[in-house]
Every structure is written in C-alpha cells, then in structure tokens.
Design a protein around this ligand. Structure first.
Ligand code: SF4
Length: 69
C-alpha cells in the first residue's frame, strides 16, 4: 500500500484465509517483519486480537482538526 495502510482498513496483502501473501518474502515491509506476536497484542483469540488492535488504532489516531466556526 504505497500511501500506507489506513487505520481500520485491511491490508491488501491479506489473502482469503487472512494470511499475509508477503510472509517470508523480501517485499514484506520491514515494520511488519519487526512485529513479534505476543499475548499483549494478540490476546487469546482472533476476537481479542481485533479488539486490542481497534483500541491501539484509536489510541494512536491523529488528532482531529477543530471544526471551523
Ligand atoms: S504482515 Fe504487513 S504486509 Fe502482511 S498482511 Fe500484515 S500488514 Fe500486510
């Protein structure tokens, strides 16, 4: 994704089984390869992982610009 992956958007490299098409390949972004799964990020299920991810995305989202008056 040339402009980066927006929060809340699935990566275009995920296949139908939610597996990374680039896993193990040199084209895989270095950031992705640097992530190490663990219980604090993955929880104990896919549902827990998605809830943790949503919370992380909300906590790190750019601040909204104030509305013009
Ligand atoms: S590891 Fe990176 S490239 Fe692969 S699916 Fe996840 S975000 Fe996309």
């Amino acid at each position: 994704m040339p402009q980066g992956k927006p929060a809340g958007t699935a990566c275009v490299q995920l296949d139908a089984d939610l597996r990374c098409r680039l896993f193990g390949r040199p084209e895989r972004p270095a950031f992705c390869a640097s992530l190490r799964p663990g219980p604090e990020m993955c929880g104990a299920s896919r549902g827990e992982a998605m809830a943790i991810l949503a919370a992380l995305e909300a906590a790190t989202a750019p601040a909204q610009a104030p509305m013009p008056r």
